[in-house]
Design a binder for this molecule. Structure first.
Ligand SMILES: C[S@@+](CC[C@H](N)C(=O)[O-])C[C@H]1O[C@@H](n2cnc3c(N)ncnc32)[C@H](O)[C@@H]1O
Length: 526
């Protein structure tokens, strides 16, 4: 199988697209909203916010999929689940009742069973979680893996440092990574890694060079020879690895490269297949590629997919994207329609995200939540002058479009002080809509002098069939060329991916025009 990035729900992808016994290592880092108090999660207190749940799938609710999942497990119609797993889920329901924590555990159980199936008999599995649910997850994984000949190997503690505030408890500064194997097959890959020889390590274990290890005649003692001649102290299960600093994050839950490097290094060889079924911004995928492993990544949100594509392109060039298989990303009108009409609540915003990010080559900021923004689904910045950026705003329509939609966009344009408004629509616009859009007049770009319609209507067919993309004349290269005296027309370039903008959206920071403008300028200068 070619290296593949799947855009979709991992349960569907695992069940329909990944063969039995085809994966050597699976690492997953599923989302869990641990910001709520533990008491709330455990006791099911609080109204669930459906909009939040849809936005990042990080808030769990006891909804129809959770209830179906529970019945699928306990009825075991397809024979996928072991007896301990079924009994455990029943017991957990008695104790936890139907709420967010049980919904999360049901969701993970369904997926863990598929992961166990797709692993080779020599395969390894790492589940990354935090203390909110690590103890429940261990019970689930014991049920799924150990009842089928697998084994629990470690509960790795990933220890990091972050600022803590006083809150009448200790600062929580670790995640847990549960390590299981599908079997105890002796040919399973496990490369012994060693602790570094940092002063703290030497202090903890003693330094063979410091400890006196000679007998009275000056001959070295055997134990001392072992210590000196070995490569060091075998790595233990407490890993001190720094978190990705927020300023460098492309994604709010991005894990450090060195964490994934260690897991991949210890448990796979070159050419092995690595799977990340919740791949986020693709840390596993990028490390697997660097380390010459094959890989499969799955994510349910288009923002994650767009950041992964950006990372791959940054590191290996645009041509590299052609060598990987992209699955689930609309490539024709039929699949665009399918995405627009997905019934799944969690995917309601996905069509909008895909349309905006594809049309802007990942250069836009998608607004997840409506509210003060009302109808604006996304924004992109482009250079208006040498130092100032201007804003283009986007609205996406997947249903019937009408003239009043254009009028609303014109109103949003004013309210947002934006230069250009773009309506991305699945259905073709009527003649009246086109006239209404034209009547908004032109935006004359201050530097290029080029005229753009203030309100533009772009169809999904334009994006898919004609490959139409946002063409705003300026990025930093154009500005430099302008200073060298070439004509603006000659220098027109497409706005390139402004990952800082995507990042800002993902980090859920408020869009503050003045600050963002400065940041956008900076990101294009480097
Ligand atoms: C905590 S993040 C993973 C971060 C990742 N380890 C990294 O370093 O970037 C979890 C990811 O799982 C994705 N996700 C949640 N539910 C999913 C599902 N059912 N199928 C596939 N991906 C899912 C989310 O979109 C999110 O990107």
């Amino acid at each position: 199988m070619k290296n593949t990035l799947f855009y979709g729900d991992n349960l569907e992808v695992l069940r329909s697209r990944i063969d039995d016994e085809s994966v050597d290592l699976c690492y997953v880092d599923p989302p869990f909203n641990s910001k709520r108090t533990y008491n709330q999660i455990y006791n099911n207190i609080g109204q669930e916010d459906r909009a939040q749940a849809q936005a990042f799938v990080d808030t769990w609710i006891w909804d129809t999929p959770a209830s179906h999942g529970y019945h699928e497990i306990t009825s075991n119609r397809e024979g996928r689940f072991s007896e301990p797993t079924i009994e455990l889920l029943k017991g957990l329901r008695n104790v936890l009742k139907e709420g967010p924590l049980l919904a999360y555990l049901v969701s993970i159980t369904l997926r863990a069973v598929e992961i166990q199936r797709v692993l080779r008999s020599t395969g390894s599995f790492f589940l990354h979680c935090d203390p909110t649910a690590s103890h429940y997850l261990k019970l689930i994984l014991d049920g799924v893996f150990c009842s089928k000949g697998g084994d629990f190997k470690n509960g790795v503690i990933w220890h990091y440092r972050k600022w803590g505030v006083r809150q009448k408890q200790f600062v929580s500064n670790h995640d847990t990574i549960l390590f299981y194997t599908k079997s105890n097959d002796p040919s399973r890959e496990f490369k012994q890694l060693f602790m570094d020889r940092a002063p703290s390590t030497l202090k903890r274990f003693g330094n063979s060079k410091i400890i006196s290890g000679h007998d009275a005649s000056g001959k070295r003692l055997p134990s001392q020879m072992d210590a000196e001649e070995s490569e060091g102290v075998p790595m233990d299960d407490v890993w001190d690895i720094g978190r990705v600093p927020p300023i460098k994050q492309l994604f709010p839950t991005q894990k450090p490269d060195s964490l994934l490097e260690r897991i991949i290094d210890a448990t796979t060889r070159e050419g092995d297949v690595v799977l990340d079924a919740y791949c986020g911004c693709g840390t596993t995928v990028v490390l697997a590629e660097r380390m010459k492993r094959s890989w499969i990544g799955i994510d349910i949100t288009y923002q994650a997919i767009s950041v992964i594509l950006f990372r791959l392109e940054q590191e290996w060039g645009k041509g590299h994207i052609e060598t990987i298989s992209l699955d689930g990303i609309p490539k024709d009108m039929k699949s665009a329609l399918a995405l627009a009409n997905k019934q799944d609540d969690r995917l309601r915003k996905e069509f909008e995200k895909w349309a905006i990010l594809t049309y802007t080559d990942n250069a836009a900021v998608v607004r997840d939540k409506k509210g003060a923004d009302r109808g604006v689904d996304g924004v992109a910045y482009f250079y208006a002058t040498k130092d100032e950026t201007a804003k283009a705003i986007f609205q996406v329509k997947s249903g019937g479009v009408k003239r009043s939609d254009v009028a609303t966009l014109a109103g949003d344009l004013q309210r947002e002080s934006a230069a250009i408004g773009i309506l991305l629509t699945l259905e073709p616009p009527s003649r009246n809509m086109m006239l209404e859009a034209k009547s908004a007049g032109p935006y004359i770009h201050p530097l290029s002098g080029r005229s753009h319609d203030k309100i533009q209507i772009v169809t999904v067919e334009d994006i898919i069939e004609s490959g139409k993309r946002l063409e705003l004349p300026l990025n930093i290269e154009v500005l430099r060329a302008a200073q060298r005296g070439k004509s603006a027309k000659q220098m027109e370039l497409k706005l390139r991916p402004a990952v800082s903008a995507v990042k800002d959206e993902i980090l859920k920071k408020q869009v503050q025009p003045a600050r963002d403008n400065k940041r956008a300028v900076k990101s294009r200068t480097v």
